[in-house]
Ligand binder design. Structure first.
Ligand code: ZN
Length: 57
């Protein structure tokens, strides 16, 4: 299963992963805003977003 993932700064350690692209962007944007007081555009989020392959257990 393919999942979308956005990782924050390694110092922060925040990571969001979902199969829902919009959800990943929304939660990561909210995180940047509330924790880092940063305004991040959709295209910034898209450039940070990775696709990861999840192995089913
Ligand atoms: Zn963060």
């Amino acid at each position: 299963m393919k999942m979308k993932q956005i990782e924050c700064d390694p110092v922060c350690g925040f990571m969001i992963r979902s199969h829902d692209t919009d959800e990943v962007k929304k939660i990561a944007t909210e995180h940047a805003k509330s924790v880092h007081k940063m305004k991040v555009s959709d295209s910034d989020m898209e450039s940070k977003m990775k696709t990861v392959e999840m192995k089913m257990m």
